[in-house]
Design a protein around this ligand. Structure first.
Ligand code: CP
Ligand code: NVA
Length: 305
């Protein structure tokens, strides 16, 4: 695995191996610590957008594995503004052994990878959030002891997180159904990527505009913010369009009795999810956030070791 940019470019076998590795690294960490396999290696972390989970979990993952990380915020690099993306890639990759980038345009992370001498990991773009979806699969596997044959329903915006979760479900054999307001569906090329992988793995993909229809019979109900980073100017319009797409106790009645609730976070309590669902017995959102650390260790070992 050279880069980790989107799940469509990975094979289902590669991803299964990553989950197995993440599970063993989690056990190793809890048993006293990880082997310093990445000693002498530094990860350059480019952020064009804010972050809690991605930033801290990548930095801690590098430290736990014996390596180091450097944070490069929006003011420091000015990716594509102060300096072109190819020039940043050429220079930064002569100093560090790996790059993780959180960007707006997905093309920027693709271009970083094209011009970098070292592996590039996508820490979220407007189109995908592959590290998140891998941690989500780890969380679901821990909850149910398996992935194959479950059903995940996504309620909300069909953008980056939904896209990566759909691709992950297609790879891991979970049926995927999504409910979005009209106009907020997953992008057609990404739907096609998911359909192709799902067809190979016998997975059912459904698109709905009513949350109840999507959630019916689901084992996992997943939501994300209605207003992604960079869309702040559309906040009031989106609040209206997404008003009926809240994950709450009423909606959860349509899911399986044992269904769990996931959210990539940060959550906007009272908008896409209620306090009751965030803090209730079905919620696995904080285990899910912790699993970013363990899943990313597996990604880092695969691309950097
Ligand atoms: N879920 C996630 O990526 O969180 P951050 O934006 O805090 O990194
Ligand atoms: N869809 C959200 C995910 C945040 C982790 C965003 O892009 O802001």
């Amino acid at each position: 695995m050279k880069h980790f940019l989107d799940l469509a470019s990975c094979s289902s076998d590669e991803l299964r191996e990553l989950i197995d590795l993440a599970l063993s690294l989690k056990v190793e960490w809890r048993d006293g610590g990880n082997a310093p396999t990445l000693q002498g290696k530094t990860l350059g972390m480019i952020f064009q957008k804010p972050s809690l989970r991605t930033r801290v979990s990548f930095e801690m993952a590098m430290k736990h594995l014996g390596g180091d990380a450097i944070m490069l915020g929006p003011q420091e690099i000015g990716l594509g503004v102060r300096e072109s993306v190819p020039d940043v890639a050429r220079v930064l990759s002569s100093y560090v052994q790996g790059i993780m980038a959180r960007v707006f345009a997905h093309q920027d992370v693709v271009e970083l990878a094209e011009y970098s001498r070292v592996p590039v990991i996508n820490g979220l773009s407007d189109d995908y959030h592959p590290c998140q979806a891998l941690a989500d699969m780890l969380t679901i596997r821990e909850c149910f002891g398996r992935l194959q044959g479950l059903k995940l329903a996504f309620v909300g915006d069909g953008n980056n997180v939904a896209a990566s979760v759909a691709l992950a479900c297609a790879h891991f054999g979970l049926d995927f159904s999504i409910a979005t307001p009209e106009g907020y569906e997953m992008k057609a090329p990404i739907r096609e990527q998911a359909r192709a992988i799902a067809a190979r793995n016998g997975v059912n993909l459904e698109m709905h505009t009513h949350p109840q229809a999507a959630v019916s019979g689901a084992d996992v109900v997943y939501t994300d913010t209605w207003v992604s980073m960079g869309q702040e100017a559309e906040a009031s319009e989106r609040a209206e369009e997404f008003g009926a797409f809240q994950v709450n106790a009423g909606l959860m009645k349509h899911a399986n009795a044992s269904a769990i609730v996931l959210h990539c976070l940060p959550a906007h309590r009272g908008d896409e999810i209620t306090d009751e669902m965030m803090d209730g017995a079905r919620s696995r959102v904080f285990a899910q956030a912790e699993n970013r650390l363990h899943a990313q260790k597996a990604i880092l070992l695969r691309v950097l070791a």
